[in-house]
Ligand binder design. Sequence first.
Ligand SMILES: NC(=O)c1ccc[n+]([C@@H]2O[C@H](COP(=O)([O-])OP(=O)(O)OC[C@H]3O[C@@H](n4cnc5c(N)ncnc54)[C@H](O)[C@@H]3O)[C@@H](O)[C@H]2O)c1
Length: 459
Amino acid sequence: MKFAKNILCIGAGYVGGPTMAVIAAKCPGCKVTVVDVNEERIRRWNSDDLPIFEPGLLDVVRSVRGRNLFFSNDVVEGIRAADIIFVSVNTPTKTFGHGAGMASDLQYWEKTAHEIVAHADRSKIIVEKSTLPVRTAEAMECILQENKKGIHFEVISNPEFLSEGSAVKDLLEPDRVLIGSRQTESGRKAAQEIAAIFAHWVAADKIITSNLWSAELSKLVANAFLAQRISSINAVSALCEKTDADVAEISFAVGSDTRIGPRFLNASVGFGGSCFKKDILNLVYICRSYDLNEVADYWQAVIEINEYQQERFVRKIIKEMFNTIVGKKIVLLGFAFKANTGDTRESPGIFVAGKLLEERAQLVISDPQALENARKELSGLDGSVEYEPDPYRAAVDAQAIAVITEWDIYRKLDFAKIFASMRKPAFLFDGRNILDHQKLFQIGFNVFPLGKPSLTHFK
Ligand SMILES: NC(=O)c1ccc[n+]([C@@H]2O[C@H](COP(=O)([O-])OP(=O)(O)OC[C@H]3O[C@@H](n4cnc5c(N)ncnc54)[C@H](O)[C@@H]3O)[C@@H](O)[C@H]2O)c1
C-alpha cells in the first residue's frame, strides 16, 4: 500500500510507543514506524506482552500493528524512509561531570541528531518530542546543518503532555497540542504539516502554535506547576498534623475556588515518575546558568518539600511503631509511582523501601503491575524483601501496611480479612489518603492518614 506520509519515531518508550500508536490509529493514510536500539523493547512491542502497561494501549496497538504501525530496530532504514522524524529518546538527569544531578543528559538526543545527518538523503521535518532544555532546538539545528548534502531540516518542538496511567485517553483527548517552530516561512509551513497530523482528531482550537523556545520551555513549566501543587498541599499536610485540621477538607475548600481548581491537590507520600523531578532540576539548572538564582531557589524548594514529605512518612512509620521496626514485617501496598502504570521510576516507594530496610524491617512489596520493575529498583539493596502480587497473602503476619500507590483495587480490599491475618497491634499508614480511615479504625487498625488526625487504640 502507498502511504501519503512516512512518519518515524526514534525511541519506543513510554512516550514514543503510545503516541505513535494513536497517530497510526487516527491517520490511516500515514505509515508510522517506531525504532529503538533496545531489541527487547521492540520484540515486546511486536508481541501482546507490551513493554509498558497503559490502560487501553494493547487494543490500540493491535488494531494498527502491521497495518500502518511498525516497530523495528532498524534506525538507519527508518531515517532514510521518513518524511517526518519524531525524536522521543530519554533525556534523564546527568549523573556525571558538569551539571551532574541537575542538567539533562543530552547524549541520547545528540546521538540521534548525528544519526539523522549521517543517513538522511533528503529534506525532513525533525520533531522534538523528548522534553528538552529551552534552546535545544538551536543545537539540533547546528548539528543538522553540518550535512554536506545540501538538504534542509526544519526543527519543530512538539512536547508531550500525556500522563502515564492515562496516556491513551490523554493522547485521544488532549487538553492541547503545542507546536513550536521558527517564525520563518519554512518554519511555519513545517508547523502546519505537524498540526495537520493532529487535526485528524484534535479540534483546531486545541492545536496551539508558538515560537520554538516557548514550546520547549512550556513543557518544563507545565511539569513544574503540577509538581508545585503537590508540594504545596503536602507542605500543608504537615501543618494539618500539628493542628488537627484535615488536609482533605482543606483541599476541597481551596480547590472549590474556580481560580484554583480541584486537581493535583491530594496530599500524598510525594510525587514520583521519570519527569517531575528531572524537569524541575533542569529548570533550576537553566535558571542558575542565567544567574537567576532567586528563581532557581523557588523551584528547587518544590523538590525539597517532596523529599521532606517522603522522609516525614518514613519517620512517622518508625516513630508510631514504638521507634523500632527491626524484624517487623511491613507491607508496601503499591510500588508504581502512580496508579494504572507499571512505571516505578523515582517512585516514593524506592525511598520508603530503602529507609525501612536500613532500619532492618522485613518488607513485602505488593503491586498489580510494577513488581518486575520493583525488583530491578531494589536489586542492589541489602535486607529482606519479598514480592507478592496478592495483597491478602502479602499481609499475612505483617505488623503494618503502608499504602504507596493509589490503585483502585486497594479501596475495595476486605480489610477485616486482612486485619485478621496480621500481627497485633496492626498499623496502617495511608500514604495516599485513599482508604476509609474510620472503618479501618473500627476494624481494629491503628490508622495514620496524611494531614489528618491519627486514629489509634492506644490509651
Ligand atoms: N514518560 C512520560 O510520562 C513522559 C511524558 C512526557 C514527556 N516525556 C519525555 O519524553 C522523553 C522520552 O521519555 P520516555 O519515558 O518515553 O523514555 P523511555 O526511556 O521510556 O524511552 C526512550 C527510548 O529511547 C531509546 N533510545 C535512546 N537513544 C536512542 C537512539 N539513539 N536510537 C534509538 N532509540 C534510542 C531507548 O532505548 C528507550 O527505549 C523524555 O525526554 C521524557 O522526559 C516523558
